[in-house]
Design a protein around this ligand. Sequence first.
Ligand code: RTP
Ligand code: MG
Length: 141
Amino acid sequence: MAAVERTLSIIKPDATRRNLTGRINAKFEEQGLRIVAQKRIRLTREQAEAFYAVHRERPFFGGLVAFMTSGPVVVQVLEGEDAVARNREIMGATDPAKAAPGTIRKEFAENIEANSVHGSDSAENAAREIAFFFSEIEIVG
Ligand code: RTP
Ligand code: MG
C-alpha cells in the first residue's frame, strides 16, 4: 500500500485573482487529497525570493518573484497516498500547452509562468516547503 504523505501546494495569484480557489480545491478533494492546512497570504518579495531560492540563477527568477508577489496566494498542505506525485499529476505539466486534459493547469493556467498552482517536487522539498509556511499545530490531518 502506498504511504500517506504530505505536500505543499500554492494557489498562485493568477488563480486567486480569477476566484478559482474553490474549483481548484475541488480537483484536489475529488482526486483523493485532503486539505489539512490552508491560509491566504500576500508574499513579500523577501519571502518569494527565499521560497524560490533554488531557481535564483534561472532566467525566469525575477519574473517569477514579481508574479508571485502580485496578489494573494493560498498556501496549503495536502495529505494523501503518494501526495507529492499525486498532486503533480492533478496539476499537470508546468506549461499549460503541454498539460494533460483534466489537469488544473490545462483547465485554468494562463501561461507557463501564471500557471495557477505550485506543488512540491519531492518528499524532501515538501517537508522543507511545509515548514516554510506552517507550524505543526496549524496542520490537522
Ligand atoms: P512549481 O514549482 O510552481 O510547482 O512548478 P514546476 O515544478 O512545474 O516548475 P519549475 O521548473 O519548478 O518552475 C517554477 C515556476 O517558475 C515559473 N516558470 N516560468 N517563464 C518560464 O519559462 C518559466 N518557467 C517556469 C512557473 O510559475 C513555474 O511553475
Ligand atoms: Mg518546481
